[in-house]
Design a protein around this ligand. Structure first.
Ligand code: GLC
Length: 656
């Protein structure tokens, strides 16, 4: 469990940007890498020269290549300055005394989920990040901060940002261009408020819907996830030339690898059941299912950072194999990802992830650094981390060549982002945050994400003249329709801290005669159509695991009662499911005339009404298989005995 007072919470310089897919086939043999000697340590630092000598210093000359600038700066850094660059703290741990940023030579800060300035406005964000930046620039070599944030469906931490459907809904759109457009808008709204780095997209392949992070996945098919990696292009543009722009950010693919492919019941964290568990698999299958998205993220989309997973991997094709945490796996972090796949960006650990490794803190730190981790998300123990790693380097248990490799990767990103020339927030796009134009794209994404799973008697599209009865809390709750990672880490029912439209408001924009009764107690007589909105309340990470905190795939008793009441009383009955994953609807389906999966639409709930009333056609397709029962999980396309309620890729269409 994570205990924190405040929750929140690449040398490609000479290549032409993205690499063509090297056609790398990761066979089982290929994954067992042959050792390659690390890069030689660079010249001892010349710590007498300081940045105060002005532009004369090569690393401060933007006309020089990134490789040259990295080499020059690295050669000037002390061990303390290098280890500082490898350290990321949560903003909450320095906010009271930002001089700690300078004292600790911190390379990065993050806002965890819900870790926001007060007031939570775009200007306050930019002022906050720029304030921290000033303290980073007060260090001897004036190395600017990287600021990271979880913009996983829009700049979700920011009240007023455009909030898009979570990834599972975007996977249902099957539209890489739309996904890229979403990411570009998200990059614009994020960078305009200060953060230059997002911990997104999750390229997790969700194989068991009992996982609380299923909604963060584009789907169960790695090929679909790869298609949706257009998100990386939306975030970064072309890394070499666009990252300095105020509408682009450094992207992070996560969580490397197999986070969505763990076995139920193997979780090693608190009362989680599957999140942060163990992926029990062969090298061959791991390469095909879990690793494939990372090959394309690196070789096609040139992603700038990768976040290793909390989860572990246990090899079925290696006799006696025991679970190994991803953050400790040199085979997978260095031999496979960096050497075989060719990743030249940097690895950022997950929140305090090293403390989940075996051994004391020194062992945990040493193991993860030597495995290939480059930057460490140490929300509240940055000083301790730095002291520990310094001691490990001094004792010769972590080679300086590994430190230099990590720091070079981090500095390369900072140069590519243009932070040495423009360390402070470019606020030129701040006025576009939550703009009608951005919301229009999100509304279009909501419509495209809707999956029509049943439509008897051509019930849909509805007519504006029909007298409509709407029931269910999820018809009129922005917080529930946005889900986790929205203003707060876990998200929040009844959240009104951000603007948007609920499903009900969308229905009321399209039909004249609408009755709303959250608990379906209002009289049903005299209505032509009953709409019952069922679904989940918000959660994030393992908190949403089935079997944790009462979470289940089954419909709640209230939702079942609402369906029974409305569908037995009104001739035509439509059920909408606002949830982060398929829910068990098998027994209720016969009572309905039409059934729509709405996923977690975000702020623009009116997009659901657009397809309900035929303003836009239904085009969405299931990104995950729909189970007949909770016990049927995991159920995935390609299973030997595949018998879901609705198949992967299923979705009815309606004409305009
Ligand atoms: C969390 C999540 C990760 C997120 C990070 C920072 O634990 O696992 O997805 O990016 O912390 O908030």
């Amino acid at each position: 469990m994570r205990h924190q007072p405040l929750r929140g919470s690449l040398s490609r310089t000479r290549t032409t940007g993205r690499r063509r897919t090297a056609g790398l086939l990761l066979t089982a043999a290929a994954l067992v890498a042959t050792a390659v000697p690390a890069a030689p340590a660079l010249a001892a630092p010349d710590s007498t020269t300081t940045a105060s000598e002005g532009r004369a210093l090569p690393y401060l000359d933007p006309e020089l290549s990134t490789a040259h600038r990295v080499h020059d700066l690295l050669g000037r850094m002390t061990t303390a300055e290098k280890i500082g660059q490898m350290t990321q703290a949560e903003r909450g741990s320095v906010d009271a005394d930002p001089t700690r940023i300078t004292d600790l030579n911190l390379g990065s800060l993050l806002s965890g989920g819900g870790s926001t300035p007060t007031p939570n406005t775009p200007e306050a964000w930019a002022d906050m990040v720029d304030g921290y930046q000033r303290h980073a620039l007060a260090t001897r070599l004036h190395i600017p901060l990287l600021y990271g944030v979880d913009s996983v469906h829009g700049h979700g931490n920011l009240a007023g940002a455009t909030i898009f459907p979570h990834n599972i809904g975007m996977g249902a759109t099957r539209d890489p261009r739309l996904v890229a457009e979403e990411a570009h808008i998200t990059a614009t709204e994020t960078r305009a408020t200060g953060p230059q780095w997002v911990f997104a997209p999750c390229v997790c392949v969700a194989r068991d819907d009992r996982w609380g992070r299923t909604y963060e996945s584009f789907g169960e098919d790695p090929a679909l996830v790869q298609r949706m990696e257009s998100a990386i292009d939306g975030f970064q543009g072309t890394r070499e030339k666009d990252l300095t722009r105020s509408d682009r950010v450094l992207a992070t693919v996560k969580h490397y690898a197999g986070d969505g492919d763990t076995t139920y019941g193997t979780s090693t964290t608190g009362d989680y059941t599957i999140d942060r568990g163990t992926t029990i698999t062969s090298h061959q299958r791991f390469a095909a299912v879990d690793l494939a998205p990372y090959v394309t993220a690196v070789q096609v989309h040139d992603v700038g950072s990768v976040m290793p997973s909390y989860s572990s991997v246990q090899w079925t094709d290696v006799p006696g194999s025991q679970p190994v945490k991803m953050s400790a796996s040199k085979e997978l972090l260095t031999d496979v990802l960096k050497r075989k796949i060719g990743f030249e960006g940097f690895l950022i650990s997950d929140w305090d992830a090293v403390t989940q490794l075996p051994g004391d803190f020194a062992t945990q730190v040493r193991t993860s650094v030597n495995a290939g981790m480059d930057m460490f998300m140490q929300p509240y123990n940055a000083a301790q981390f730095e002291q520990t790693l310094t001691a490990e380097v001094a004792a010769g248990r972590v080679p300086m060549s590994r430190i230099d490799d990590a720091v070079s990767r981090i500095l390369r990103a900072k140069f590519q982002l243009g932070l040495f020339e423009h360390p402070f927030t470019d606020r030129s796009h701040i006025g576009t945050i939550g703009s009608p134009a951005h919301r229009a794209v999100a509304r279009r994404a909501v419509a495209a994400s809707q999956v029509l799973l049943k439509n008897d008697h051509r019930t849909l599209p509805l007519k504006p003249s029909q007298r409509i009865y709407v029931a269910g809390v999820n018809a009129d709750d922005l917080g529930n329709q946005a889900g986790g990672w929205t203003v707060t880490w876990q998200g929040q029912s009844g959240n009104t801290a951000f603007p948007g439209t609920t499903l009900l408001q969308g229905i009321r924009q399209q039909a004249k005669d609408v009755t709303y009764s959250a608990d379906a107690t209002a009289p049903t007589a005299g209505h032509d159509v009953g709409i019952v909105v069922v679904g989940e309340t918000p959660y994030a990470e393992g908190v949403g695991d089935v079997g944790t905190g009462g979470h289940t795939l089954n419909l709640s008793a209230t939702d079942r009662a609402n369906i029974d009441r409305v569908c037995s009383a009104i001739r035509t009955c439509v059920v909408l499911d606002v949830a982060g994953r398929p829910q068990i609807i098998t027994d209720q389906l016969p009572q309905t005339d039409a059934f729509v999966m709405s996923w977690l639409p975000g702020s623009e709930g009116a997009g659901v009404a657009d397809v309900l009333f035929g303003k836009r056609p239904f085009t969405g397709k299931l990104p995950v298989s729909w189970p007949r029962s909770e016990a049927q999980e995991p159920v995935n396309i390609g299973d030997a005995h595949y018998d879901p309620l609705f198949r992967y890729g299923y979705g009815l269409t309606t004409g305009r």
